[in-house]
Design a protein around this ligand. Structure first.
Ligand code: F6P
Length: 341
């Protein structure tokens, strides 16, 4: 068979490991030809492909990013591509497609599948917010990077008796922040699932200083928000010193705490460092297993399905199960940490 493979949406450590695994299983075991589609669905629309052979995937297991490139594509173009799905597949000469991506990619994959394109999807996201799979590859790597950052911030915070506010990725869910915050022993953990009370955050810092602990670390997800009307400073406001607040929640929170407490506070925005670099062992293995099962799914004709980790096994589930809702952190999970404020 000629199997197309594409990576779409934001990148994530482990994408290359999936590609490698698809090539190994497809070419070595089934005699498939693997067609790499460049820059996600954009490459499908524009007919940009490259063959991916066994030699092309040497060394990919440990490499971050994606050798195929990735892109976010405007909805109108996806709608057009779905209407022309079978022609586009014929033009690039593929019998089936393995689409690797996050929620947007899986939604598009379902549309393509409903339109008659034989698609198997592989979920990825560092955010771990895709429903119906216990975990996605990329998450463990992001948590490791974030935990190491928290560990490192502790020593410099203590030297200067500062409050460090470290902003972590997660626009809609707090999985990275909760997990790295707990692993790193952050004193405050703020996630989108629970609007935070700035007074409680300030009290926690003061209590620590009163107890002789001269620093505090607060891990905040980029999508976390204060309870309405509780924070004084918004984007672009000017404080009593004439300083202007800019940026996202990490900056605003550090600014607010400095003004409330009269202590030095510093924001640290970890950003895309959480998505770059080599995947952890756990992510390499999960990505490789997903790739293996995606090829097997193609050969069994299990189109319209995606690979999901359920406990220890990989299962094939209808793509619709992955995109019907976001997997947020349930209350009984975040309630397990007193640091969640
Ligand atoms: O969904 C993954 C993610 O890394 C989010 O955590 C983050 O908000 C977003 O992507 C960043 O997207 P971009 O790379 O387009 O800035």
């Amino acid at each position: 068979m000629r199997i197309g493979v594409l990576t779409s949406g934001g990148d994530c450590p482990g994408l290359n490991a999936v590609i490698r695994s698809v090539v190994h299983r497809g070419t070595d075991v089934h005699g498939d030809e693997i067609v790499g589609i460049q820059d996600g669905f954009l490459g499908l629309i524009e007919g940009r492909t490259r063959p991916v052979s066994h030699d092309d995937v040497t060394g990919l297991l440990t490499l971050g990013g994606t050798i195929l490139g990735s892109a976010r594509v405007r909805r109108e173009r996806i709608v057009w591509a779905v209407e022309n799905a079978t022609t586009l597949a014929r033009d690039i000469g593929i019998d089936a497609l393995i689409a690797i991506g996050g929620e947007g990619t899986l939604t598009a994959a379902k549309l393509f599948s409903d339109a008659g394109l034989p698609v198997v999807a592989v979920p990825k996201t560092i955010d771990n917010d895709i429903d119906a799979t216990d975990v996605t590859f990329g998450f463990d790597t992001a948590v490791h990077v974030a935990t190491e950052a928290i560990d490192r911030l502790k020593t410099t915070a203590e030297s200067h008796q500062r409050v460090m506010v470290v902003e972590l990725m997660g626009r809609h869910t707090g999985w990275i922040t909760l997990t790295a915050g707990m692993a790193g022993g952050a004193h405050g953990i703020l996630i989108p699932e629970k609007p935070f009370d700035i007074e409680a955050v300030a009290r926690m810092v003061e209590d620590r200083f009163d107890r002789g602990k001269k620093f505090a670390i607060i891990a905040v997800a980029e999508g976390a928000a204060p309870m309405p009307g509780t924070m004084r400073f918004d984007h672009g406001d000017v404080d009593q010193y004439g300083h202007r607040t800019f940026g996202g929640i990490g900056n605003r929170l550090a600014h607010e705490l400095e003004n409330l407490l009269g202590k030095e506070a510093r924001p640290v925005i970890l950003g895309h460092t959480q998505r770059g670099g080599t995947p952890t062992a756990r992510d390499r293995v999960l990505a490789s297993r997903f790739g293996w099962h995606a090829v097997e799914a193609v050969h069994r004709g299990a189109f319209g399905h995606f690979t999901a980790l359920r406990r220890t096994e990989i299962e094939l589930l209808p793509i619709g199960a992955a995109v019907s809702r976001l997997k947020t952190v349930p209350e009984d999970r975040w309630a397990e940490s007193e640091a969640v404020l």
